[in-house]
Design a protein around this ligand. Structure first.
Ligand code: SAM
Ligand code: SF4
Length: 317
């Protein structure tokens, strides 16, 4: 029987944070062991109806033998989609190995296409290397779509929008703008820092008319095609347009905790029971109970909102 919560939602999408380490220090995010347990838990989740697994972190590519982990997960029967979110810094090095191991889709996070601003945001002067990584993965036609994720931080304006539109249009990437959420390591998030998807869309449409594409089930993004050419632009608006009602996601942290919402105040330890020799049946019971209590929605815009104790890089974005 599939995993279900008390609100009637079926859970089919698992995010696995394979490490909480990262080689970047993105302002809005940051303040190796375990391959066998990750594989065992992913296998269990797939047996319970999870079909889509995204590997994230921290930065997945800093994990030793990450392509080998991808290979082991790709071999799990019943898994439909195995994808990766990366900052792209090591992607030129690893693209070939990841494709050989069976990665199907890759999202590369790039918050600015201007070298100086990229440096300011990520605290690394690495735009050229990240773009080389993006090219390296895009060279494999079996990895599609390639998405570029950008969090528009204060200072993001028409010039930056123009650069991202150019990237989307020239190379058929799907560029997605993600609203800044209160999950930053420095706890400096303020509602006023959120540049809404609507505001960014207005900037895009001032130059390029867009045509909305049909929404895929459980998709967090509203996706648009350029009315006059190739390329797609998506908007993920968790703050201004929450999509909780349709959320089918659960998350596994790099230290083996199950989280049923990005903003959960509570998490369920799976690695402890695993180490103590729990059977699959015992783990299944723990997972079902946790999933049943999945939060109805996040409460970012409600009075008394408390961000979770862990930040994005520790949760797995
Ligand atoms: N290191 C990888 C990367 O940067 O893509 C994977 C982990 S990162 C936590 C995953 C995604 O979460 C990135 O696209 C990043 O931009 C996004 N992210 C991190 N902190 C965020 C925040 N406070 N609000 C919105 N998105 C955030
Ligand atoms: Fe690292 Fe990704 Fe967080 Fe940036 S967003 S600090 S690249 S985990």
């Amino acid at each position: 029987m599939a995993l279900e919560d008390a609100h009637g939602r079926l859970l089919g999408d698992l995010r696995v944070s394979v490490t909480d380490r990262c080689n970047f220090r993105c302002q809005y995010c940051m303040p190796a062991e375990g391959m066998p347990w990750i594989e065992r838990l992913v296998r269990l989740f797939v047996a319970l109806g999870v079909r889509d697994v995204r590997l994230t972190g921290g930065e997945p590519l800093v994990r030793r033998e990450f392509p080998a982990l991808v290979g082991r997960l790709a071999a799990i029967d019943g898994l439909r989609d195995l994808s990766l979110t990366t900052n792209g810094y090591l992607l030129a090095r690893d693209a070939e190995a990841l494709v050989a191991a069976g990665i199907q889709r890759v999202n590369v996070s790039i918050d600015s296409l201007a070298r100086g601003r990229f440096f300011e945001i990520t605290r690394r002067d690495a735009l050229a290397q990240v773009l080389a990584g993006l090219e390296a993965i895009a060279a494999f036609p079996q990895v599609r779509p390639v998405k570029v994720n950008a969090v528009p931080m204060p200072g993001f304006g028409a010039e930056e929008v123009a650069r991202f539109c150019e990237l989307a249009r020239s190379r058929s990437f799907q560029v997605r703008f993600i609203e800044f959420m209160p999950l930053d390591g420095d706890r400096s998030w303020r509602p006023a820092d959120v540049l809404s998807g609507t505001a960014v869309r207005a900037l895009v449409e001032a130059e390029h008319p867009l045509r909305e594409l049909p929404r895929e089930p459980h998709s967090t993004a509203r996706v648009y095609a350029f009315a006059d050419g190739e390329g797609e632009i998506g908007f993920v608006n968790p703050v201004t347009e929450p999509f909780c009602a349709d959320c089918n996601r659960i998350r596994l942290t790099a230290d083996g905790k199950l989280r049923t919402c990005l903003f959960s105040q509570h998490e369920t330890d799976l690695r402890g029971p695993l180490r103590e020799g729990a059977t699959d049946e015992e783990l299944e019971r723990v997972v079902r109970e946790a999933v049943w209590r999945k939060e109805l929605k996040h409460r970012i815009s409600e009075p008394g909102f408390r961000p979770p104790a862990r930040t994005m890089s520790a949760i797995g974005g």
